[in-house]
Ligand binder design. Structure first.
Ligand code: NDP
Length: 480
């Protein structure tokens, strides 16, 4: 059985404890590899090596840092097939999705920040005839990057790429549930000539290895993507230590369908935004709000197409919905379906576990589920389920749908479907979400700021925001 190793000081090594954790393939429901059960001793080694590497990495000419990061991107492209398979084996997602989203976007992250750093600007201000000010930006130091299991390599590189480009050295932890691509990535970094200690990848449990990263006094910045509850805990630990924090957390995103939309586009993209990656994307539109005059038509068409989605073996080209990431998560999703029923919801499609024949007989599959008849305030409509479950509700007026859309504690993303340009702007301005998509979903331009409002997070990632996060500003004022 494959044993995944930590990547510390340029070496691939087991945990200090010598202990291992099982890694499951969720589509098969069986252990297929093991990961090091790292603890604070491994984090200590990783921080020591990151500290040692910092002086030379942070002062290396940007063009040289950029070249190394581009070589890593090339390595991702070269290992495309193996990475896509690992992403699918670890997470349960359709292999096709890993090939079209996860791995290409991981490579794009490396390329984007490798070149963005070459164009990163500083500022200068002249104060009348009195003084000239200029602002420098220097790498923050040793930083921690912690990522979740839903888009493993994509979100891992989303943090690591800007941190390395900015000149920081990194201690990173992927989710314990999806470690394989991070392991393959560490081999790619070695081959690309990334100097020892610049990036250290430590595997293990969030509560042990992850917590040790957050608590370590010499890790001065934390970039975290994950659940809101974990985010609160991280903030509680890191804030009194005055660490710089970026938190990308959960979502309960509204998908608003106005009657004057392009109906075909709205339905087909809504299927995608509801059930892609088994609904395990923080940006999925899990609350569909439909203007009453097209509600019946939308519901009928949406149910019809959802029933056609094939749930099955992630390796099969035809599969659109794969396995959920773990048995525990599957049970959580199923318990929310039961809750929805108890709250008066009517399950119109799905609502249960699916048994897939063949090698996936023991896998954690749930049918895409549509629930009608719930009010906005019930728990099903307020809490993040993070699975292939959507609710559909009618609305009558623009004011009403804005109130519904803003009624949760989250504020990550929202989607609006309308052909009326003024309405699109008007509603977008009133929604309390960090990202609004109009007549599209998941379209990303890496230069734009990314992040949530309210309990969906603190700070912005993406583009210059990420490079700013990983650098420290200083203003120098010289009297003329
Ligand atoms: P978790 O919050 O459970 O875990 C995220 C990461 O944090 C994992 O690597 C986890 O390790 C680690 N972790 C857990 N506890 C601690 C701790 N005490 N200290 C430090 N690290 C810790 O999230 P999930 O992995 O379950 O991911 C799903 C969540 O992520 C959803 O809520 C989703 O909305 C959110 N998300 C947000 C995105 C955004 O951009 N806003 C994007 C994608 C997902 P381990 O897995 O080993 O426990």
């Amino acid at each position: 059985m494959v044993r995944i190793l930590n990547y510390i000081n340029g070496e691939l090594i087991p945990a200090v404890s010598g202990e291992w954790l099982d890694n499951y393939n969720p589509a098969e429901g069986r252990v297929y590899s093991q990961i090091p059960d790292s603890n604070e001793k491994d984090i200590e080694e990783a921080v020591t090596s990151a500290k040692k590497a910092f002086p030379s990495w942070s002062t290396m000419p940007m063009s040289e840092r950029s070249d190394i990061l581009l070589k890593i991107a090339e390595g991702i492209d070269r290992e495309f097939e193996a990475l896509a398979k690992a992403e699918s084996d670890d997470n349960g997602k359709p292999l096709k999705l890993a090939k079209t989203i996860d791995i290409p976007r991981a490579s794009a992250n490396m390329r984007f920040f490798a070149t963005a750093i070459l164009h990163f600007e500083s500022q200068a201000h002249q104060t009348d005839q009195l003084a000239v000010n200029y602002t420098t930006r220097t790498p923050l130091g040793v930083v921690g990057c912690i990522s979740p299991w839903n888009l493993p390599l994509y979100l891992f590189t989303w943090k690591i790429a800007p941190a390395l480009a900015a000149g920081c050295t990194v201690v990173a932890k992927p989710s314990e549930l999806t470690p394989m691509t991070a392991y393959l990535f560490s081999k790619i970094c070695k081959e690309a000539g990334l100097p020892a200690g610049v990036l250290n990848i430590v595997h293990g449990l969030g509560s042990k290895a992850g917590q040790a990263i957050i608590e370590h006094p010499e890790i001065v910045g934390i970039s975290f993507t994950g659940g809101t509850t974990t985010g609160k805990r991280i903030a509680a630990t890191a804030a009194p230590m005055f660490k710089k924090l970026s938190l990308e957390l959960g979502g309960k995103n509204p998908n608003i369908i106005f009657a004057d939309c392009d109906f075909e586009q709205a339905v087909s993209t809504s299927i995608y935004s509801s059930f892609s990656n088994q609904g395990e994307i923080c940006l999925c539109g899990s609350r569909i709000l439909v203007e009453r005059s097209v509600y019946d038509r939308f519901v009928e068409e949406f149910i019809k197409r959802t029933k056609k989605l094939s749930v099955g073996d992630p390796a099969d080209e035809e599969t659109r919905v794969g396995a959920l990431v773990s048995e525990e998560h599957m049970n959580k999703v199923l318990s929310y379906i039961e809750l929805a029923k108890a709250e008066g919801g009517k399950v119109m499609s799905g609502g249960e576990r699916v048994v897939v024949r063949g090698r996936c007989e023991m896998g954690y599959f749930v049918a895409p589920t549509i629930i009608l008849g719930l009010n906005q305030q019930c728990r099903t409509n307020q809490e993040e389920i993070f699975g292939p479950v959507v609710t559909i509700m009618p609305f009558d007026t623009e004011e009403e749908v804005i109130e519904f859309a803003n009624s949760t504690a989250f504020g990550l993303s929202a989607t609006i479907w309308t052909e009326n340009l003024k309405k699109a702007h008007r509603v977008s301005h009133q929604l309390k979400s960090g990202i609004i998509w109009v007549n599209c979903w998941l379209l990303r331009d890496l230069r734009t700021p990314f992040g949530g409002m309210k309990q969906s997070g603190v700070g912005r990632e993406g583009g210059w925001e990420a490079l700013r996060f990983f650098t420290e500003q200083k203003n120098i004022c010289i009297k003329l």
